[in-house]
Design a protein around this ligand. Structure first.
Ligand code: MN
Length: 501
């Protein structure tokens, strides 16, 4: 069962700019070339949505109409803009000023190589993106528009990869505009970083966040039939390994009922993400463990202790990553191993998504130690090794800030026989010493969205579209430079702040 929608229902529009100066013959060529490029991108499996060719733009009225059409199209998630010839950019002011969909500026040329022996003025007049795209670049800079600029021959792997990353960011942005987050209870009392301005979040990022009493969820749980519980328990037994000591039929039944109830609640309300809080579980016998893990695996975002920002981020990143190798999960920096090569053990009380492992999870029942409820059922596994990112979204009072750390996930040094939770072990770049200091200077949360499918570029493109601050902690980070960046950003956001966020 998945909550994901088919990305092939979404479209990116391929729009080429020109003008009437060159005559109908040249414009026909421009259209022909654009169609070839659009079709080639559409067929490329790296770009997960349809790329739709649009007529060549030659005047301000057509450009404005097209931008309005894009705004109103449910399926259009963004535009690829390219100036094959010179397209006087004042023509673009009206359209771009009202465009609400993101765009990428593709700076390419139909021909890869210069035809040294045959090049003449006709060729020069037709293939002038080199200066046409500079004119267009000026107006996007002059209007201070959010955008990504991709440079290179349209068949080159790096160009495809950069367009693909941006397309996924646009997919994430589209999801964010339509996302509903359900909170079962409020934030954990007195916790700061998981809270924030939900009005600003909706205004800036699009998603709506609503709280529900646990009683509302329990009422749905109580409607779950025994037959459905038995069916889900059978699925657990088929999917996971269960050691005899953990084969506690009553506990497993309770867990299955919680999953079915939560799933029904989230489906009925068309939610894409949710939070819970172990301080408030009235009428529930266990803190949701396996339920939350499996809901995440089927695409829901989740944040523990009422953390709605991380829940929304996990969901957005899951949708962005759809179809890529590697999972995405709610995560928490839990504990360290210092020494020669300091590492982080990431985990949570229970709620780590099994999409981040290729091993068969072990279903286990252990006491929780906090919350005062019955022993919760959970899936225990270790995350697959390889590169990953952890991302945190915090509310700085006048803006949202995203902090991203690039990390390398490694196998645990030893077996962890007594650790009753799913986990990931990683080396943060450039080192734990620098990464953790930078993270703390930036105010990054202990909760993150962890992804092995996405990389920094996906999140960079998303942050650009969303207009939020982005801080990268990676192989080139130094504390000296990072602290300057924090100071400069502070000034920049104060000077440009209009609405608080
Ligand atoms: Mn937590």
């Amino acid at each position: 069962m998945t909550t994901m929608k088919d990305l092939r229902t979404l479209e990116v529009w391929f729009v080429t700019g020109s003008q009437h100066l060159y005559g109908p013959e040249a414009l026909a060529k421009v259209a022909e070339h654009s169609q070839v490029i659009a079709q080639s991108l559409d067929k490329n499996s790296a770009i997960p949505v349809n790329v739709v060719f649009k007529p060549v733009m030659t005047g301000p009225d057509a450009i404005r109409s097209l931008c309005k059409e894009a705004n109103n199209s449910e399926n259009c998630i963004g535009l690829i803009l390219w100036m094959h010839t010179f397209s006087p950019a004042k023509m673009w002011i009206a359209g771009l000023s009202l465009l609400t969909k993101p765009f990428v500026h593709l700076h390419t040329q139909f021909n890869q190589h210069l035809p040294w022996n045959t090049i003449d003025m006709d060729f020069m007049n037709l293939n002038q993106a080199a200066h046409g795209d500079r004119e267009f670049g000026f107006i996007t800079a002059r209007l201070r528009l959010a955008r990504k600029v991709v440079v290179g021959f349209w068949q080159d792997a790096d160009v495809i990869s950069e367009l693909a990353a941006w397309t996924r960011a646009a997919v994430g942005w589209n999801e964010s505009q339509n996302l509903k987050v359900a909170r079962f209870s409020d934030n954990m009392r007195e916790v700061a970083v998981t809270d924030g301005d939900k009005v600003a979040a909706q205004a800036r990022l699009g998603y709506s966040v609503s709280a529900y009493g646990i009683g509302d969820l329990v009422a749905v749980m109580n409607q779950v039939t025994d037959a459905d519980v038995d069916k889900l328990v059978a699925e657990y037994r088929e999917t996971y390994s269960i050691a005899e000591v953990h084969d506690r039929a009553d506990s497993i039944k309770v867990a299955a009922k919680i999953e079915l109830g939560m799933r029904a609640f989230l489906e009925a309300g068309n939610f894409g993400a949710f939070t819970d809080n172990f301080e408030d579980l009235h009428g529930m016998k266990q803190l949701p463990g396996i339920a939350t893990q499996r809901l995440m695996a089927s695409g829901y975002g989740f944040g523990g202790e009422g953390d709605w920002k991380t829940a929304a981020l996990v969901r957005t990143m899951k949708v962005m990553a759809q179809g890529l190798t590697g999972g995405t999960s709610f995560m928490e920096d839990y504990t360290y191993s210092f020494g020669d090569s300091p590492i982080i053990l990431g985990s949570h009380m229970l709620e780590i998504c099994p999409s981040i492992t290729t091993e068969k999870p072990s279903l286990e029942v252990h006491p929780l130690g906090i919350g005062g409820k019955e022993d919760p059922v959970r899936l225990v596994f270790t995350a697959t090794s390889g590169p990953a990112v952890v991302a945190s979204l915090v509310d700085m009072g006048n803006r949202f800030r995203m902090i991203v750390n690039e990390v390398n996930v490694i196998p645990p040094a030893e077996a962890l026989p007594k650790l009753p939770v799913a986990r990931a072990v990683w080396l943060p770049q450039p080192s734990l010493k620098v990464a953790a200091a930078a993270w703390i200077y930036a105010g990054g949360a202990h909760h993150t969205s962890y992804s092995q499918a996405l990389n920094f570029e996906h999140l960079e493109d998303f942050a650009e579209i969303a207009g939020i601050e982005l801080l990268r902690i990676g192989k080139d980070t130094t504390i000296e430079q990072f602290r300057k960046e924090l100071r400069w950003n502070e000034t920049s956001y104060w000077m440009n702040s209009t609405s608080g966020h």
